[in-house]
Ligand binder design. Structure first.
Ligand SMILES: Nc1nc2c(c(=O)[nH]1)N[C@H]1C(S)=C(S)[C@@H](COP(=O)(O)OP(=O)(O)OC[C@H]3O[C@@H](n4cnc5c(=O)[nH]c(N)nc54)[C@H](O)[C@@H]3O)O[C@H]1N2
Ligand SMILES: Nc1nc2c(c(=O)[nH]1)N[C@H]1C(S)=C(S)[C@@H](COP(=O)(O)OP(=O)(O)OC[C@H]3O[C@@H](n4cnc5c(=O)[nH]c(N)nc54)[C@H](O)[C@@H]3O)O[C@H]1N2
Ligand code: SF4
Ligand SMILES: [Mo]
Length: 735
């Protein structure tokens, strides 16, 4: 039922779940008058986070006029967070980009038609390539367009346009988990299904603020009937930590020492599942020797916890029957992120908490289709999780797509930071940015914006022409967005679901898929993509490419089947049973995707983060999500009046009372935060949720990344957004 104005409505906002006594005008209803009566409904997946909640769109004459969360859906069971409810508002915003636009000499954007835009696109990028070589044009994409679009973009750029380097916002987000899984399991394969959140008796959340970042997964934790231990490892006392049974407020970036200490203690406690380790893993004996240098005392002192608390954590894990480990950005965005993720995997493997219901080493994804990007973006691996160097995989791609082997690159492309460095050094001169907002979200903005200014030609393809990156663009291409196009997403539990066109995109905005096809034609390589005639035809090609891979989805014959079954989790090979409500969990048979079928224990000595607090910058800055109603760089969420009511508009910094007092900072006063790279202003939120010497600023404000330090994990090249040195002070009267 669509809520009517004045209804009482429960808004899921994590533990801050609140009753709104009145549904604010427009809530979930779009901008049409509440009197508009729907004549049909259809369901599709939310376009924000990787939970992948199903939303039922209420249609009138085929156009969406409102939405409600889908009742009885296996993912969200009739729930949605505020962003999901408000999904239509950003699409209906009056200031969407509606025509292509070029930057004039005076610096203003001027509307042009599509033929002109495509001509400028090809002329400019081709002339850059003619002068500086094909690799001098690169692209940056996202985890927020459909899998079909992602694959077409990857194939168009790297097979058709001679572009060598492209990467996406998934590098900022999931690269660490990808690397950790590939090496430990032999494939990028998060093993879980959401039901595990309800089956576990011990749930360990590491660097994850689930209640804010994945509110509906958090609701699934709350629905767990086993009265589970909920363990949160996070320097901050987050909304999730407040609702946990055990919170370990560790020193930032001390996870690795803590996890090694816990692993060693588990061995001492006799909690190792010897049978499992013997039958399904490699490398345990060597790890045991390595762990001898991480006694409880060392783990406790590095983590800033009493020894008894680390011991307690080991006991909780040892005594659990179904222990599941979950991690997100507190782990992935670290200078030793891959090793930290693998230390979590090690704990699950050594205690035999793998492959059984309620267990697993489970990386929670971020964006709605980061999983699609991980498998099909054609950047770090060849379409479908293949190796560029594998002759068999290349033969499969040439046969399926009808392209010749010489257009397929031999190597993975550069990572995001290498592309940025390439721009700095002048090796990259042209950049195409699709569905990401580099000039806000990339680390160390003070440099980033100057770097993009060095480009000869910058194209931004987005829903809006006023993103921080679009402000720097020479050409803006207007894209249709969520609910304005067809395709599929893959969620955190590997569930492939559909999104649909239930709105006409405004003006001349076009689906990314259509734009890519037009670019292919304008570039002169359209023939190569004849088989990619529609999103669904593309899905079929991707199914064929996935055949025999761990992520096999060749058994999914149509979008219709996905719709009927509420989505299907991979692996879904041809011939596998396709039942509604079926749950797929990986590694039930103890066989992994490594050549010998065994998982690997991986570890390395701990190192201090690259930037330490100093006399000049004595505090540690943490960054992350601020509230369930804010999404990343806020291009979408800032366009909903309802969501704007649910979070502070002005940038704020959370700090401990003891620090505020020492610095003479009164609650709610304006302060300046400075790092060695830049500064920002913020309102001081003096809160008891942080330790002394730590401050937290949400990433949703454009200046946050002026402060961050460009440190990276050496294996995943993911930025370490959550650790740098800053100082906080009151502004001077003249500032
Ligand atoms: N509302 C909302 N939801 C979102 C998003 C959004 O923008 N808004 N974005 C989506 C995306 S793309 C992502 S990737 C996910 C991110 O989801 P999360 O990872 O849950 O979000 P963050 O707030 O970035 O980071 C989680 C926690 O890591 C903690 N942390 C910082 N340093 C450390 C450390 O050294 N160790 C440990 N253990 N913890 C640490 C922070 O205090 C923070 O509470 O959220 C998704 N969901
Ligand atoms: N300091 C700090 N920085 C961080 C993080 C942090 O924790 N701390 N987290 C990092 C993480 S995990 C992530 S995922 C990144 C996210 O960083 P971004 O990807 O830059 O964030 P978004 O705001 O989601 O940008 C998506 C853009 O795509 C546009 N868009 C939406 N849908 C479509 C579509 O269908 N087609 C097209 N063409 N455009 C579309 C939106 O309007 C928006 O401009 O930020 C990272 N940055
Ligand atoms: S939890 Fe994520 S997928 Fe579900 S409604 Fe909210 S933003 Fe959408
Ligand atoms: Mo992310």
């Amino acid at each position: 039922m669509k809520p009517s104005l004045g209804d009482r409505l429960r808004v899921h906002d994590g533990p801050r779940t609140r009753e709104l006594s009145r549904v604010p005008a427009g809530f979930g209803l779009g901008t049409l008058p509440a009197t508009a009566v729907p004549d049909a409904t259809t369901q599709m997946t939310c376009g924000y986070c990787s939970t992948g909640c199903s939303l039922t769109l209420h249609l009138r004459h085929g156009e969406a006029i409102g939405l409600t969360p889908t009742a009885g859906h296996p993912v969200n069971r009739g729930m949605a967070c505020p962003k999901g409810w408000e999904s239509l508002a950003p699409m209906e915003a009056a200031d969407r980009a509606t025509t292509p636009m070029v930057r004039t000499r005076g610096g203003k954007l001027k509307a042009v038609d599509w033929p002109t835009a495509l001509r400028l696109f090809t002329e400019n990028f081709k002339s850059v390539q003619a002068e500086h070589g094909p690799a001098s044009v690169a692209f940056l994409s996202t985890g927020q367009i459909t899998t079909e679009e992602m694959a077409l973009l990857g194939a168009l750029t790297r097979f058709g346009m001679g572009i060598e380097h492209g990467d996406g916002s998934t590098r900022q987000c999931m690269a660490t988990a990808v690397e950790a899984y590939k090496h430990a399991f032999g494939f990028d394969a998060p093993p879980f299904t959401y039901a595990d959140l309800e089956i576990s008796d011990v749930i360990v959340l590491i660097g994850s603020n689930l209640a804010i970042s994945h509110p509906i997964m958090w609701e699934r934790v709350m629905a767990n009937p086993n009265n589970p231990e909920i363990i949160v490892v996070d320097p901050r006392r987050t909304e999730t930590a407040v609702a946990s049974t055990h919170h370990y407020a560790i020193h930032p970036k001390s996870d690795l020492a803590l996890l090694y200490g816990v692993a060693r203690r588990l061995i001492e406690l006799g909690a190792v599942d010897e049978d499992y380790v013997g039958a399904h893993t490699n490398g345990f004996a060597d790890m045991e020797r390595f762990l001898s240098s991480y006694p409880l005392t060392r783990a406790a002192s590095e983590a800033g916890l009493p020894v008894e608390r680390v011991d307690e954590l080991a006991h909780l894990i040892a005594e659990g029957r179904r222990v599941s480990f979950w991690w997100t950005m507190g782990v992935n965005q670290s200078h030793q992120g891959v090793r930290t993720a693998q230390a979590i995997i090690n704990l699950a493997l050594m205690t035999g908490n793998m492959g059984r219901p309620g267990t697993g080493a489970n990386s929670i994804t971020g964006q709605c289709n980061a999983m699609g990007s991980r498998l099909y973006s054609n950047t770090t691996n060849l379409l479908g999780g293949h190796d560029f160097a594998d002759p068999e995989a290349r033969a499969k791609v040439t046969a399926t797509l009808g392209v010749s082997d010489d257009v397929i690159p031999r190597n993975p492309s550069w990572a995001y930071d290498q592309i940025m460095a390439g721009i700095s050094s002048g090796d990259i001169r042209g950049l195409w940015v699709i569905a990401t907002n580099t000039s806000h979200s990339w680390i160390n903005q003070t440099e980033c914006r100057d770097v993009l200014d060095r480009l000869d030609y910058l194209v931004v393809q987005d829903l809006y022409a006023d993103t921080e990156t679009a402000h720097q663009a020479d050409l803006v291409l207007p894209a249709a967005g969520w609910a304005e196009k067809d395709g599929t997403f893959i969620n955190s539990e590997r569930r492939i679901t559909v999104v649909k066109k239930v709105r006409r995109a405004p003006g001349h905005a076009l689906a990314d898929f259509t734009i890519f096809k037009m670019v292919a034609d304008a570039w002169g390589c359209g023939d190569m993509f004849e088989k990619w005639s529609s999103p669904e035809a593309t899905f079929d090609l991707l199914g064929q490419l996935s055949r025999g891979q761990p992520c096999d989805m060749s058994g999914i014959s149509s979008y219709r089947l996905l719709d009927d079954l509420d989505g299907i989790q991979w692996p879904a090979p041809a011939g596998s049973p396709m039942e509604r409500g079926a749950e797929r969990r990986l590694f039930a048979d103890g066989r992994f995707f490594t050549p010998d079928g065994r998982a690997r224990f991986l570890y390395e000595a701990t190192r201090a983060p690259p930037e330490q607090p100093s006399i000049e910058f004595p505090m540690i800055l943490l960054t992350g999500r601020g509230s369930a109603s804010q999404w990343h760089t806020q291009t979408r969420t800032s366009r909903s009046g309802v969501l704007r009511m649910l979070h502070p508009e002005r940038p704020y910094v959370e700090m401990a009372p003891v620090d505020a007092e020492a610095l003479g900072i009164a609650p709610m006063s304006e302060v300046v935060i400075e790092s060695a790279r830049g500064s920002m202003r913020a309102v001081a939120h003096v809160v008891p949720s942080l330790g002394r010497g730590q401050v937290f600023v949400p990433m949703h404000y454009p200046d946050t990344n002026r402060l961050t330090h460009p440190g990276f994990d050496p294996y995943s090249r993911q930025p370490s957004y959550k650790h740098c040195a800053v100082r906080v002070r009151l502004p001077q009267p003249w500032e």
